[in-house]
Design a binder for this molecule. Structure first.
Ligand SMILES: [Zn+2]
Length: 187
């Protein structure tokens, strides 16, 4: 499906509002406690140049890991993925807002898991070199981050779990839309 600028722009705005919200700050505090990395300072920032990275979010290099770590969120990239995959739900404003939140949380928690891996010495420059030939999904530290972030966020409710099923570009057709709306009404 093609990217529609008139869908991407408002989604991007929604993401930025959520990133600036008190609600997300509180969420981060809770997740960091859960991951036992509450002592590592993190700053949530927007990517300066939205075309600079292909992924939804990123952290600095392992070498630079310290007491304070920046997590860069690529709002433009998230807005593109979200608006293409969940286009059928864009006019369901409240439901779509929750879907946007799932995307941001997933990207964020994924990076926080990398922070935890680095802090615990499980993700090192040596490991990155060793697995450099593997595809993204096959790298052990990415496998863990992908799996754990989905499982943590899926715990919230059935609607989030359903959204996560399609988040990597699954086909959200009319039938899936109805199922998602049903799950949303159960929250
Ligand atoms: Zn990753």
């Amino acid at each position: 499906m093609a990217i529609k600028e008139y869908h991407v722009k408002p989604t991007d705005r929604q993401i930025k509002v959520y990133i600036d919200s008190e609600e997300l700050q509180e969420y981060i505090v809770g997740i960091k406690q859960y991951l036992n990395i509450q002592n590592v300072e993190t700053n949530l920032l927007l990517c300066k140049n939205d075309n600079s990275i292909g992924s939804l979010a990123t952290i600095g290099t392992i070498k630079d890991f310290c007491e304070t770590n920046n997590i860069f969120i690529n709002s433009r990239r998230i807005a593109e993925k979200c608006s293409v995959t969940f286009e059928l739900l864009i006019n369901e404003y409240e439901v779509y807002t929750q879907i946007v939140k799932v995307y941001v949380r997933l990207a964020l928690v994924h990076e926080l898991i990398h922070v935890k891996q680095i802090k615990n010495g499980c993700l090192t420059e040596e490991l990155v070199r060793k697995e450099s030939e593997k595809t993204y999904e096959d790298k052990s530290y990415e496998k863990e981050a992908i799996h754990c972030s989905k499982s943590i966020i899926g715990k919230s409710n059935g609607f989030f779990r359903e959204v996560i099923e399609y988040i990597d570009g699954g086909q959200v057709n009319q039938e899936v839309k109805e199922k998602l709306l049903q799950e949303y009404n159960r929250i």
